[in-house]
Structures are given as structure tokens and as C-alpha cells.
Ligand binder design. Structure first.
Ligand code: BEZ
Length: 236
């Protein structure tokens, strides 16, 4: 039986581990090459598999949408470069799926046959598979700090609208100094930080702070218009 060794994995708030790699778009030096941009570094289990194909077609179709939010995409699997190239060519030339066709994957796909990068990022999770990466997602900010980590098992395709929501919510939190509640989408009320002093908390509770609504002393929200959120994020 495989020993389930304790491994060090990057965590939220850590600098993204550095690596150099060969990709379908040439060599990259990560995260240095992405300084100033948000990046989604994500792994998939294997080329020429159905769930991964549906994911790549979906993600590639949304690349422009992520680019408008200053977010670049970087994929990885433990397959080799020629497998990546052949798979992406097959997707472009042969696969029509859910109205998507002629889909060109323009973002880099890392070859990681040694699993060096996958292991560095905790993408190999032996309880699921010791020979394939799980579906890991690392959202990394323009300073190279890991801001969100999500893992999915091999059988479960990701929701890319959710990944877009994560990117927009993180940027909104940074730009407006707020937090975002459950299921938040641009245009919904946001959570304001706790009041700094008793006086402020009391004013808030009594509705004296403009636009702030309190459900209790620890739970206050305010509106930010969708246009304001999107114009701040998408026009940077
Ligand atoms: C898939 O992408 O379809 C897949 C890959 C590895 C294991 C199971 C499913």
C-alpha cells in the first residue's frame, strides 16, 4: 500500500513557488513572468481525456473574459509537450461541444513529466492518483501571492463561471476594502469591515452611517453598484 506521506503544500497567503518550465507557448519563469497580472495556475489529470477536454474548451472560450480582468491562464499536466500539442490540435480541429468549435487554446500548457511542479504545488494527491495531477486551481495575485486554492477530484469538471467570480470578488475586496458574502456577484451588497470603535459601531447600528445596513453589530453590508465594480476592475 502506498504510504500517504505528509508533504508541504503551498497555502493561501504564501508566495507562489517558483519554477521554470517548458510549455506549449515556450518557456516560462513562474511567477516572475506574470508580475503585475493575476494568474490562474491550474492542473488537469491527463491529455486526451473527456472531462479535461470539456474543461479546456470552456476555459479557452473564456480566455478573453479573464484577460479583461487582467487575469492570465496557465495549465499543467504530467504529460509531455508533444502530447499537449497533439491534444490541443485535436480539440481545435475535431471537437465540437456545446456550441464550442474551432477552439484554440492560446494560453500556455506546462509539460511536467517529472512531476516536479505538480509536487511543488501539492497537485499530486496519492489517495486520488499517484500518477496524475488532481484538478487544482491556484489564483495568484499581481504580487505573486496565492490568494485562493481549490481542489477537485478527477471525476469532477470545474465550474469556470465560479473561477471568474472568484477573480472578480478578490479584486473587488482589494480595490474597495470590503469582503464578499455567500454567492456574491457584482451588484450585490458587500460586507463592510468591522467598525473601529464602540462609537462607530453604535452609529452603524442606529443607521447613521450612509448606505450601511446592519443585521447585527458584527454583520453590516453596503451596496456597490455593479457598474462601479466592473468599471474599476475591467478598465484597469
Ligand atoms: C477526464 O478528464 O475525463 C478524466 C481524467 C482522468 C481520470 C478520470 C477522468
Amino acid at each position: 500500500m502506498e504510504e500517504n506521506k505528509q508533504v508541504t503544500m503551498p497555502r493561501i497567503g504564501d508566495p507562489a513557488p517558483e519554477f521554470k518550465a517548458v510549455t506549449t507557448q515556450g518557456e516560462i519563469n513562474f511567477p516572475a513572468d506574470y508580475k503585475g497580472s493575476w494568474v490562474i495556475l491550474f492542473s488537469h489529470p491527463a491529455d486526451f481525456t473527456p472531462v479535461c477536454t470539456s474543461e479546456f474548451m470552456t476555459f479557452a472560450s473564456m480566455e478573453e473574459q479573464f484577460a479583461k480582468a487582467n487575469t492570465k491562464l496557465v495549465g499543467l499536466s504530467v504529460d509531455g509537450l508533444y502530447s499537449h500539442i497533439a491534444w490541443l490540435r485535436t480539440i481545435k480541429e475535431k471537437i465540437e461541444y456545446k456550441g464550442m468549435k474551432d477552439v484554440e487554446v492560446k494560453f500556455p500548457l506546462i509539460e511536467d513529466i517529472t512531476m516536479e511542479v505538480a509536487k511543488k504545488y501539492g497537485m499530486i494527491q496519492p489517495g486520488e492518483s499517484s500518477t496524475k495531477a488532481v484538478r487544482a486551481v491556484f489564483v495568484i495575485d499581481p504580487k505573486g501571492i496565492i490568494r485562493t486554492i481549490i481542489y477537485y477530484p478527477l471525476s469532477l469538471g470545474r465550474n469556470f463561471d465560479e473561477l471568474y467570480r472568484v477573480v472578480i470578488a478578490l479584486q473587488t475586496a482589494d480595490d474597495f476594502g470590503i469582503a464578499t458574502p455567500a454567492d456574491w456577484r457584482p451588484g450585490d451588497d458587500v460586507i463592510v469591515p468591522p467598525a473601529g470603535s464602540c462609537g462607530t459601531a453604535k452609529d452603524r447600528m442606529e443607521g447613521k452611517e450612509k448606505d450601511v445596513k446592519c443585521y447585527d453589530w458584527f454583520f453590516c453590508t453596503k451596496p456597490i453598484a455593479k457598474e462601479k465594480v466592473l468599471s474599476t476592475i475591467l478598465k484597469k
